[in-house]
Ligand binder design. Structure first.
Ligand code: IPM
Ligand code: MG
Length: 349
């Protein structure tokens, strides 16, 4: 089993190192790692954020463990050379259309949530975000209006096949949970969303055991803060999912805790923390590696068919937190390395 390691920028390399240490501590037979540069790091070395050899490794690998991309030094580059284009390129090239972003609260972290503990306690939601379409990948550009004003534009579009495919991922995810699916859109304003809603209803006929409801994205943002416990599985488009998953992460304690999986139709996947490259704390050893460690657990479960070691990692993270592990984002002072050590020590129990 070949695992591609794409550490990327900022805190990416620091958190990937800890996840690899945890995987190695499990001593899984036949797991091989190969690393390649991506993002600003790759631009600086090869003049492109997604060099051919990196894309090639991503395609060859059985699964991909990804850190983060984003580097302020690169913000002034033309868009196609910016670090963010690398992750968008991998998602598109590998057709990783289904992004699973769970947000649940480890009980020990109830006081780290931005919400009152009695509200935060109930959060256990899986956001299924479409990842290869929407305004992210539509025609975009800069033009000049008839009045001579600069105008930026990005076209939002989904065709029915793209919607049906993520709808199925949403229904199947809900079936493996509590059979409640909330589809989030903006059908009161957007045609894209009207089609989204229509297709959701059509596909729902194949999943009679799942209860489907619809919610506008503005209301969904409010409801996630007001009463997150009402949600089981949320399915939504690329842009709304980007925003709601950051929001859900703060409800669940810290964005430093949340893993994600990006899957293709065959179960191959890229696994990455929901957080970004955090350039302000890069290299300081302060980053929380738990989101990446939990992403490695998702990788074992979803792409490598190893649910037992996946469970062990998740239990070890819970034990480390129960034993008092707190990195800076959780109000503590543990370093990235100490956090990795604490999880490895907990694995032994
Ligand atoms: C995410 C990130 C990316 C996105 C950026 C880095 C392009 O915010 O994975 O949520 O917008 O999808
Ligand atoms: Mg995001």
């Amino acid at each position: 089993m070949l695992v591609a390691l794409l550490p990327g920028d900022g805190i990416g390399p620091e958190v990937i190192v800890e996840a690899v240490r945890v995987l190695e501590a499990l001593d899984i037979h036949g797991l091989i790692f190969e690393e390649a540069p991506i993002g600003g790091a790759a631009y600086k070395e090869y003049g492109h954020p997604l060099p051919d050899k990196t894309l090639d490794l991503a395609k060859r690998a059985d699964a991909i463990l990804f850190g983060a991309v984003g580097d302020p030094d690169c913000d002034a580059l033309e868009r196609h050379l910016r670090p963010e284009q690398a992750i968008l390129g991998v998602r598109k090239e590998l057709q990783l259309f289904a992004n699973l972003r769970p947000a649940n609260l480890f009980p020990e972290l109830a006081d780290a949530s931005a919400l009152r503990p009695e509200i935060a306690r109930d959060i256990d939601v899986m956001i299924v975000r479409e990842l290869t379409g929407d305004v992210y990948f539509g025609e975009k550009g800069m033009r000049t209006t008839d009045d001579g004003l600069r105008q930026g534009y990005d076209i939002m579009a989904y065709d029915e096949a793209e919607i049906a495919r993520i709808a199925r991922a949403g229904f199947e995810t809900a079936q493996a949970r509590r059979c409640k699916l909330c589809s989030v859109d903006k059908a009161n304003v957007l045609e894209t969303s009207q089609l989204w809603r229509d297709v959701m209803v059509e596909v729902s006929a194949d999943y009679p055991d799942v209860e489907l409801r619809h919610m506008y994205v503005d209301n969904a943002a409010m409801q996630l803060v007001r009463d997150p416990g009402q949600f089981d599985t949320i399915v939504t488009g690329n842009l709304f999912g980007d925003i709601l998953s950051d929001l859900a992460s703060m409800c669940a304690g810290s964005i430093g805790m949340l893993p994600s999986a990006s899957l293709d139709a065959g179960g191959k996947g890229l696994y990455e923390p929901v957080h970004g490259s955090a350039p302000d704390i890069a290299g300081e050893g302060k980053a929380n590696p738990l989101a990446t460690i939990l992403s490695a657990a998702m990788m074992l479960r979803y792409s490598l068919d190893m649910s037992q070691p996946a469970d062990r990692i998740e239990q070890a993270v819970a034990k480390a937190l129960a034993d008092g592990l707190r990195t800076a984002d959780l109000g503590g002072s543990a370093t990235t390395r100490q956090a990795g050590d604490a999880v490895i020590a907990a694995l032994a129990h």
